[in-house]
Design a protein around this ligand. Structure first.
Ligand code: ADP
Ligand code: ADP
Length: 219
């Protein structure tokens, strides 16, 4: 469960996010849709306690993100795959995440399989990965703690069509097992096939919020 209540972020005179409210429920994928610069990343960073809100509140599993004990065991986060350490291999990166989270390394190996990076790819340095491979690794990092909530910022960036289909299947399965997913994209087609609910943001404000059938059904 994620609950966002009137979140606002100002940078000096500029307002990046204004009065944004929505909820993400267990068993559902919420697509967070909006053009570049709309305020998606800022909202997600505020949810994760990485950017302080100017006003408003966000809770994950009922408490502010930073109040969660060992948050990575409850919430998997992918905010910026390009922040991964370029000098480490994929396997080292994921093993480190597992270690930080107190998860057995066997789980890290299993996640490499899940995201399609087992074998040769796991031994390559992340600096030599394509963006799509970084996204896959980021999804593995987000999943390795066996969370019940996923917060993924533009995870489809750099994925090829096969990768987008793969991710969609993975996220659908995660939600169908009771997980909560918040998934951002600037492209409708990336979220509409997997999302149950859409929150559309433009210019820092929510301009539409409803189930996919409510928002996309022909009138
Ligand atoms: P999105 O993720 O939808 O592309 P962002 O949340 O990254 O949008 O950005 C929303 C707005 O906030 C943009 O106008 C962006 O330029 C601005 N912004 C984001 N981060 C900062 C920052 N650190 N300082 C000033 N402005 C920022
Ligand atoms: P470094 O910055 O030296 O690479 P960090 O201690 O920041 O090491 O974390 C290692 C990696 O683990 C980072 O790429 C970080 O994004 C990732 N990570 C840590 N906790 C989580 C989490 N809960 N969900 C997803 N990735 C995580």
């Amino acid at each position: 469960m994620i609950e966002v209540e009137r979140l606002t972020k100002r940078y000096g005179p500029a307002t990046a996010v204004e009065d944004v409210s929505f909820a993400c429920r267990p068993g559902t994928v919420t697509g967070f849709l909006g053009p570049n610069g709309a305020g998606k990343s800022t909202t997600m960073r505020m949810i994760c306690g990485l950017t302080p809100a100017s006003s408003g509140t966000a809770t994950v599993l009922g408490v502010p993100f930073r109040s969660l004990p060992n948050p990575g065991r409850h919430v998997g986060v992918l905010l910026d795959a390009s922040a991964q350490h370029a000098g480490r291999t994929g396997r080292e990166t994921l093993a480190l995440t597992a270690q930080l989270l107190g998860v057995p390394s066997a789980r890290a190996d299993q996640m490499l399989e899940t995201v399609g990076l087992a074998g040769k790819a796991a031994g390559r340095r992340v600096g030599n990965y394509s963006l799509g491979m970084r996204q896959r690794l980021g999804i593995a990092q987000a999943l390795v703690g066996d969370p019940s909530v996923l917060i993924l910022d533009e995870p489809a960036n750099g994925l090829d069509p096969e990768g987008i289909y793969w991710m969609r299947t993975l996220l659908r399965g995660f939600a169908d097992r009771g997980g909560t997913v918040l998934l951002s994209s600037h492209l409708l087609h990336e979220v509409e096939a997997v999302a149950d609910t859409l929150v559309v943001i433009a210019g820092g404000r929510v301009v539409a919020n409803g189930t996919k059938s409510e928002l996309l059904a022909p009138s």
